[in-house]
Design a protein around this ligand. Structure first.
Ligand SMILES: CC(C)(COP(=O)(O)OP(=O)(O)OC[C@H]1O[C@@H](n2cnc3c(N)ncnc32)[C@H](O)[C@@H]1OP(=O)(O)O)[C@@H](O)C(=O)NCCC(=O)NCCS
Length: 168
């Protein structure tokens, strides 16, 4: 990809970002691989508060992505893998953008910035957990140089979750 990546700022989620994430992600297309429908505001209140704790304790988290005009685009960043199955104990990179912001290189730009920040925080390996049919997300892992390393049985879906890895 030779085009210049777009500018995107990454900030530790502020209180108001719970509302922004709730609004930007309230779209069945965005939520296709996350239950298929909009999540309650309380989900984002808990998620953003947890990210502030991660930032304080680890120096990284899922950051709010802010475009050049100050608009919230979504989140990208890293956190400890939060489930009791899969790559427990590892650091997961993740991304989710509002539908209007797909196809512009924002996830790749924010993903590359995340790799730099997480490496600087002393993390030596990162994983991305992606469903096999989430082609757009798999394309992001490819752009970041990640490789399919493992398949974990998913506890509720009838298909494995694919684990992409990258040594930092
Ligand atoms: C997964 C997701 C973040 C990918 O977003 P994306 O915009 O496709 O990813 P990128 O930021 O890497 O953008 C790449 C696209 O931007 C295009 N692009 C346009 N301008 C560009 C530029 N200046 N630089 C780079 N790419 C650019 C690329 O050609 C590519 O388009 P294509 O997919 O049509 O080939 C997004 O689809 C999403 O939020 N999905 C819902 C949530 C989700 O599933 N999250 C992942 C769970 S594992």
């Amino acid at each position: 990809m030779n085009r210049a990546l777009p500018d995107v700022q990454l900030r530790v989620p502020i209180d108001e970002d719970a509302f922004a994430w709730h609004r930007v992600f309230a779209d069945p297309e965005v939520m296709e691989f996350h239950g298929g429908r909009a999540a309650e505001l309380s989900v984002y209140e808990e998620l953003t508060a947890r990210q502030r704790r991660h930032d304080a304790e680890l120096g990284f988290c899922l950051w709010t992505m802010v475009g050049s005009d100050g608009e919230v685009l979504g989140f990208t960043g890293a956190q400890p893998w939060p489930k009791d199955w899969g790559p427990t104990g590892e650091i997961e990179i993740g991304w989710r953008l509002g539908r209007a912001h797909w196809g512009k290189g924002y996830a790749t730009a924010a993903g590359l910035a995340t790799l730099d920040r997480v490496r600087a925080a002393g993390v030596s390996q990162i994983v991305a957990m992606v469903r096999a049919d989430n082609e757009r997300s798999i394309a992001v892992t490819r752009r970041l140089g990640m490789e399919l390393a493992e398949r974990f049985p998913h506890p509720t879906l009838g298909q494995p979750a694919h684990c992409y890895r990258l040594a930092l």
